[in-house]
Ligand binder design. Structure first.
Ligand code: NDP
Length: 603
């Protein structure tokens, strides 16, 4: 059977499945939750420096800029572009990496690719005139798009790379932010944006003995091509032929990297704690003739809105993107529509959702069985949880990688690696000797904003952001925070909270930021700030929604559900607009365009 074909349906025994899901989950629950992980930067045995760009010496900056932005990923690029478009030339992006790109700067592992369709994932395609080459672009193309945005909007001119912010303090007398960095900078900015991203601190499993390994080792976000051979464009990893390699972790990263490692190593061990659900990818090149036909003015906005409408609380008569995400939502929606309107209670809708999910997951599990020839490995590659309990994966070569020579799945039965030794790793009492350990162990999630960004922000009257958000995030639109004038956040939470296409949230935040910088300057005002009442009203509105943990408590542990531990009181604020993403973007458009900027005070 071809991997793109759908396997035959089997009868579903819901009670047996629920019992299996519960048993698999219970096996994985650990009391230490997020504390089981350690930061890459804390481990001296695993290389952590930037392997891609040498650090260039430069003099510290002590000047003043109109707009500064912390983070040179999508958020900073789109905000910077909009502020430049608004006529502000003094724009400075501060970025800890050696170039723009954010996650796409660091993640250059072989096979790295976007899981959301390029047409909606890659920002500012229309403005930069770029046609994505594939339905799901590979990482080098996405990084190149970031660099293209940087060049097109002149964002390189004053960017500070390899620079980490250490302090941000509001200077009331100057109506500006004082920004200090680890490169000795101490400059001011009238307006400041923060877009540091959710997944930028590489983490390692806290496996005993991690420091003792004497072989070669690196994290997937610091891929060592000098050791493996090959390159981010997909050239074969030709230096591994005499190497025994272990890759620890089987999340979205590993699913993409393993097909490039399989068959190339003297021996490859893929070490699994929880299998990912791996659905059909069906990537294909984008046909320039087709693209020329659809790329009429406003095309990307139409595609964005269509994807979101098919995804998150909208209604769309057509599905332009047609991928795993829209398929998932369509199936659930169709199932719910079979319930007579008068009987659509939350319980009935949940049951319909669950039925649709059982069906999908059975299909995904059957795919493992049909593709993987080793029956034992196929069984262990089956994911026993609802599809949205963990990050859904889509790939057409991952499962087949286990049919490649010298490629072995080491399943840890949900317990993880027991120990790292000088020579390799231990699973269920057995030591496997290897030359190289690759950690595909993901990024820190579940810590507060200030812990993850590495700095606090001291706002008006000495108020610290860590204090303002001690009991949970408070904002209007996820962008404006009372007590922090001229400061804008760019991230999804308390806005659309559209997780399947994070860039849509960021491009909308970028528009808001550009507009507000322009508006404040045009009014001759020095400051713009959300009022306390407006912020409270927005948060109160958010709390009328269904909340974020719905259906997650009984999920297998992972970063979607705080590793299975009870979420703290602040979790209830990590939500989006109750009407859904489409309704939010519509509301926001109106809020921006009526000129009133309801809830903000210009002074
Ligand atoms: P994840 O956090 O998703 O995966 C980490 C892996 O390490 C899991 O399989 C985890 O197992 C495993 N692990 C953790 N501790 C141990 C241990 N002690 N022993 C053995 N295994 C262990 O990280 P990824 O880098 O894969 O993905 C992070 C996120 O980045 C994704 O969820 C996605 O949002 C994003 N991403 C997006 C892509 C895209 O296409 N846009 C591509 C790749 C990543 P367990 O599951 O049991 O915790």
């Amino acid at each position: 059977m071809s991997v793109a074909e759908k396997p035959a349906k089997r009868p579903i025994d819901k009670q047996a499945l629920l019992a299996k899901y519960k048993a698999e989950r219970d096996k994985r629950l650990r009391a230490d939750g997020n504390a089981q992980y350690t930061r890459l930067e804390k481990q001296s045995a695993v290389a952590k420096q930037d392997p891609y760009t040498p650090v260039t010496p430069r003099a510290p900056k002590t000047d003043h800029v109109t707009f500064a932005f912390v983070g040179g990923g999508f958020a900073g690029l789109v905000a910077g572009a909009r502020v430049k478009e608004a006529g502000v030339s003094s724009v400075r992006i501060i970025e800890k990496a050696g170039d723009f790109g954010g996650t796409w700067y660091w993640n250059r592992y072989p096979g790295a690719q976007c899981d959301t369709a390029s047409m909606v994932y890659m920002p500012l395609l229309e403005e930069t005139g770029h046609m994505p080459t594939e339905k799901y672009a590979h990482a080098p193309e996405i990084l190149a798009q970031c660099q293209r945005i940087g060049r097109k909007f002149g964002l390189y001119d004053d960017a500070l790379f390899h620079t980490e912010v250490t302090d941000i303090v509001w200077q009331a007398d100057k109506h500006a932010w004082l920004i200090k960095t680890n490169r000795g900078d101490a400059f001011t900015a009238q307006f400041l944006g923060l877009g540091t991203g959710p997944l930028h601190i590489a983490k390692l499993p806290g496996i005993p003995g991690l420091e003792s390994f004497k072989g070669h080792t690196f994290h997937t976000s610091r891929w060592d091509y000098a050791y493996t051979g090959g390159d981010p464009l997909g050239a074969p990893l030709d230096k591994l032929a005499d190497k025994r390699v272990a890759i620890i972790g089987t999340g979205a990263t590993s699913v993409q990297a393993v097909p490039h490692l399989a068959g190339m190593c003297k021996q490859l061990y893929v070490v699994q704690r929880t299998p990912s659900s791996v659905d059909v990818r069906a990537n294909k090149p984008i046909d320039p003739d087709w693209f020329a036909g659809i790329a009429t003015p406003g095309w990307q906005q139409r595609w964005l809105e269509n994807f979101t409408a098919n995804q998150a609380g909208g209604s769309a008569s057509e599905d332009l993107v047609q991928d795993g995400w829209t398929d998932l939502s369509r199936r659930i929606r169709e199932r719910i529509m079979t319930i007579p309107e008068s009987e659509r209670t939350p319980k009935a809708m949940w049951a319909a959702w669950e039925d649709s999910d059982f069906e999908k997951m059975e299909e995904i599990r059957a795919r493992a069985e049909q593709v993987v020839k080793d029956k034992d490995a196929a069984e262990k590659l089956k994911a026993w949880y609802r599809q949205l309990c963990k990050r859904p994966c889509f790939h057409d070569e991952y499962l087949d990688a286990f049919n490649k020579p010298r490629t072995t799945l080491i399943d840890t039965d949900g317990q993880g690696v027991e120990r790292i030794t000088e020579k390799g790793f231990v699973v269920q009492g057995k030591e496997y000797e290897v030359d190289c350990i690759i950690y595909a162990s993901g990024f820190e999630v579940g810590t507060g904003f200030t812990a993850r960004s590495g700095f606090d922000v001291e706002g008006r009257d000495g108020l610290k952001l860590s204090e303002a958000w001690a009991g949970g995030m408070r904002s209007k639109h996820g962008v404006h925070v009372h007590g922090f004038p001229n400061l804008f956040f760019s991230q999804p939470v308390q806005g659309a909270n559209l997780i399947s296409n994070v860039p849509h949230n960021l491009t909308e935040a970028g528009k808001t930021i550009g507009l507000l910088v322009k508006e404040t300057l045009a009014r001759g005002a020095k400051e713009v700030e959300v009022t306390e009442d407006a912020q409270k009203a927005w948060v109160d509105l958010l709390l009328t929604g269904p909340g974020r943990m719905i259906g997650m408590n009984d999920c297998t542990p992972g970063y979607y559900n705080n590793e299975g531990q009870p979420a703290g009181p602040e979790a209830k604020y990590a939500v989006g607009y109750p009407g859904g993403a489409t309704a939010y973007f519509k509301y926001l458009d109106e809020w921006r365009s009526n000129g009133k900027f309801d809830g903000l005070e210009f002074r």
